[in-house]
Design a protein around this ligand. Structure first.
Ligand code: PEP
Ligand code: MG
Length: 579
C-alpha cells in the first residue's frame, strides 16, 4: 500500500529511487568498567579515535567533487574545529581515569551533559549546535565500536540512484551525496533555511526536511518517490503514482533544458518594462556561473565566508586581491559587495576571542553591529572595497542597518578612509555607491529616511520575514510561520519600494523570495524592478517576467495588499493562473 508522508520541501524536483537509511542515532553504546592497569590503553583508545575522526573528515573534505558548491567545506571545518575542542574530550578522559568508565560510555556521558546544557536553554539556535555535537560524537563512537563507516561514506558508486533518509544530515554527509550519485534526501528535522536545506539547493537535488519519523515508515531498500516541490514522500508507490511522477520528471527536464535558451533574451515584461536580473554569490569560485546564466551583475556578494574557518581575520590585502579577481571574472558586470554579515547562524571564527554565549544570536551582535564594535574586522574590508572600486563597477552594501546612527557611523568611517587613501595617493571611485540591506522591520518602516542618505536599497526577505514574524530562520517548529505572503511582509516591501521611488534610488530584492518564481508576478506588481537571485533560479524568474503584463499585475498587487492573511493573498495570486 502506498504511504504518503509530508514534510517541508526545501529543494525542488522529483526523485524516484530506493531508500538508504542512515541510523546515526541508533548506536548501541556499551557500558563497562576497566581496571587501573587499563586506564592508559583506554585513554589512548579515545584519543586515537578522535585523531582518526579528524582524518576521516579531512579525507571527506579533500574528496569534495570540484562541481560541488564551495560553500560546503566550511561546514566540515566546523566539525573539525569541534574535534579540536578540549570540552569534548577532557571530561571523558577524566571519567576514564577517575571512575574507570570505558571510553564509549565516558564519551556518551559527556555528550549527554553537553546536550543537556543546550536543552535547558531551550534556544532554537543552540539546538542546531546540539545536532553538531551528535554528528561529531557519533563519528568517534563508530570508530571506538570498530563499526564500518557509514555506507554512504565509502568511495564507490553502490549508492548511485539512492535516496537518503536520516534524522538530520551533517554537512559531511551532504557533500558526499553528489559524489555517490544520491538523487534526493529526506531528513526528520531541520528548517527551510537550515544548512542542510541550503546545501541541497546548491547541489540541485530534491530534498525534504522536517519529515518526522520518516525512517520509521520507510525501510532500507524500499522504493520511494520524493517530491521536493510539495514536500511529499510516497513510500511503496503504486503503478499509477510511478507513471504520474515519471511523466512529471520528464516534463521538468524538458522545461529546464528550454530555459537556457532565454540566457541572452533581455529581461522585460510583455508591455516592455525592463527588469534587472542579478545573481547572489557566496564564494569567489562561484562567479563563473553568473555569466553562464546571463545575469546582468551580482546583486549580493556574501563576503562573510572570507572570515570563516581560519585563525585570523582576512587583512586588507587579501580582501583587495579577492575582489580584484572577482571583478576580473565579472568582466565589466557590476558587483555589489555586501560587507561581512557575521554572527547569528553564521559563526564568527575569524580569529575572534570566544565571547559570552548570546541567548538570542539572531537579535545580537551581528553584521554591521559587529563591524562597528570591532573596527579591526571591518575597516580593512571597507578600505579594500574602496580600492577595488577603482578597477570595476563596484557597489558597497551594508547589512542589518536598523537606525540612522549606524548608517552615519559607516559613512563617517568611509569618509575617513577616503581621506586616508587620498593622502596615500591610492586610487578609488570617489562616487562609490553605498547602499543598505533592508532586512530589519525598523529599516523598512523608515525606508524613506534611509533612502535620503543612501544610493540604493536591497530588501533581504530572509531576515525581514524572520524579524517581522518573530521566528528563528533555522527552527523547523516555527517554520509554518515563515510566510513571505503575510500582509505585514508585503506592506513592508511596498513601503520600501515606494520610498526608493520617491527618493529616485534603485531598490532591489536579494532574499530567497526574489528567486522563487511563485512570487515573481506579485513582486513585479508591487513595483520591484531589480531581482537578485541564486543563479540556479535566475532563468525561471526571467521566464515569468517575459510572460508578465505589468498593468494587470499592479491591480493584483493592490488587492494582495488589502488581504488579511497569506492564504487570501494566495487566492488572489491563483487568479493569475486561471485567466
Ligand atoms: C536576507 O536576509 O534576505 C539576505 C539576503 O541575507 P542573508 O540570507 O545572508 O541573511
Ligand atoms: Mg540577511
Amino acid at each position: 500500500m502506498t504511504l504518503s508522508l509530508h514534510g517541508l520541501g526545501v529543494s525542488r524536483g522529483i526523485a524516484i529511487g530506493r531508500v538508504h537509511i542512515i541510523e546515526r542515532d541508533r548506536l548501541d553504546i556499551p557500558e563497562y568498567h576497566i581496571g587501573k592497569d587499563q586506564v592508559e590503553t583506554e585513554t589512548r583508545r579515545l584519543l586515537e579515535a578522535v585523531t582518526l575522526a579528524k582524518q576521516q573528515l579531512r579525507a571527506i573534505r579533500e574528496h569534495i567533487p570540484a562541481a560541488t558548491s564551495p560553500g560546503i567545506a566550511p561546514f566540515i571545518d566546523t566539525h573539525l574545529l569541534m574535534l579540536d575542542d578540549a570540552v569534548l574530550t577532557q571530561e571523558p578522559l577524566r571519567l576514564i581515569r577517575t571512575s574507570g568508565h570505558n571510553a564509549e560510555w565516558a564519551l556518551k556521558l559527556q555528550r549527554d551533559a553537553l546536550v543537556h546544557v543546550f536543552d535547558e536553554m531551550e534556544d532554537a539556535y543552540l539546538r542546531t549546535r546540539k545536532n553538531d555535537i551528535d554528528h561529531v560524537v557519533n563519528r568517534i563512537q563508530r570508530i571506538l565500536l570498530r563499526q564500518k563507516p557509514l555506507r554512504h561514506e565509502e568511495p564507490d558508486s553502490r549508492l548511485s540512484g539512492y535516496i537518503l533518509i536520516a534524522d538530520d544530515l551533517a554537512p559531511a554527509d551532504t557533500v558526499l551525496m553528489q559524489y555517490h550519485g544520491i538523487v534526493a534526501f529526506v531528513t526528520e528535522y531541520g528548517g527551510p533555511t537550515s544548512h542542510t536545506a541550503i546545501l541541497a539547493r546548491s547541489l540541485v537535488i530534491p530534498a525534504i526536511v522536517g519529515l518526522h519519523e520518516a525512517a520509521r515508515f520507510a525501510r532500507e531498500d524500499d522504493l520511494v518517490i520524493v517530491d521536493g516541490n510539495a514536500g511529499v514522500m510516497l513510500v511503496d508507490p503504486d503503478e499509477h503514482s510511478l507513471r504520474y511522477y515519471r511523466r512529471q520528471q520528464q516534463e521538468d527536464r524538458k522545461y529546464y533544458a528550454g530555459l537556457i535558451r532565454l540566457k541572452e533574451t533581455p529581461a522585460k515584461t510583455l508591455d516592455g518594462v525592463p527588469v534587472e536580473l542579478q545573481a547572489n554569490v557566496e564564494l569567489p569560485q562561484d562567479f563563473e556561473i553568473v555569466r553562464q546564466v546571463g545575469a546582468s551583475g551580482v546583486g549580493l556578494y556574501r563576503t562573510e565566508f572570507l572570515y570563516m574557518n581560519r585563525d585570523t581575520p582576512p587583512e586588507e590585502e587579501e580582501h583587495y586581491e579577492t575582489y580584484l579577481s572577482v571583478l576580473d571574472t565579472m568582466a565589466g558586470l557590476p558587483l555589489t559587495i555586501r560587507t561581512m554579515d557575521l554572527g547569528a547562524d553564521k559563526q564568527v571564527d575569524g580569529g575572534r576571542q570566544e565571547g559570552p554565549i548570546q541567548s538570542n544570536p539572531a537579535l545580537g551582535l551581528r553584521a554591521v553591529r559587529l563591524g562597528l564594535k570591532e573596527p579591526e574586522l571591518f575597516r580593512p574590508q571597507l578600505r579594500a572595497i574602496l580600492r577595488a572600486s577603482a578597477h570595476g563597477k563596484v557597489r558597497l552594501m551594508i547589512p542589518m542597518l536598523s537606525n540612522m546612527q549606524e548608517t552615519w557611523q559607516v559613512l563617517e568611517i568611509l569618509d575617513e578612509l577616503k581621506a586616508e587613501l587620498d593622502g596615500q595617493r591610492v586610487e578609488f571611485d570617489g562616487n562609490l555607491s553605498v547602499g543598505a540591506m533592508v532586512e530589519v522591520p525598523a529599516a523598512a518602516v523608515c525606508a524613506d529616511i534611509f533612502a535620503e542618505q543612501l544610493d540604493f536599497l536591497s530588501i533581504g526577505t530572509n531576515d525581514l520575514i524572520q524579524y517581522t514574524m518573530a521566528i528563528d530562520r533555522v527552527n523547523d517548529e516555527v517554520s509554518y510561520l515563515y510566510e513571505p505572503l503575510h500582509p505585514a511582509v508585503l506592506r513592508l516591501i511596498r513601503t520600501t519600494l515606494e520610498a526608493g521611488a520617491r527618493a529616485d534610488i534603485p531598490v532591489a530584492m536579494c532574499g530567497e523570495m526574489a528567486g522563487d518564481s511563485k512570487f515573481t508576478q506579485l513582486l513585479l506588481g508591487l513595483g520591484l524592478r531589480e531581482f537578485s537571485v541564486h543563479p540556479a533560479y535566475l532563468l525561471e524568474v526571467k521566464k515569468i517576467i517575459l510572460e508578465s503584463d505589468l498593468r494587470r499585475l499592479m491591480s493584483i498587487a493592490d488587492a494582495a495588499l488589502q488581504a488579511r492573511t497569506a492564504a487570501e493573498v494566495e487566492k488572489i495570486l491563483a487568479r493569475l493562473e486561471t485567466t
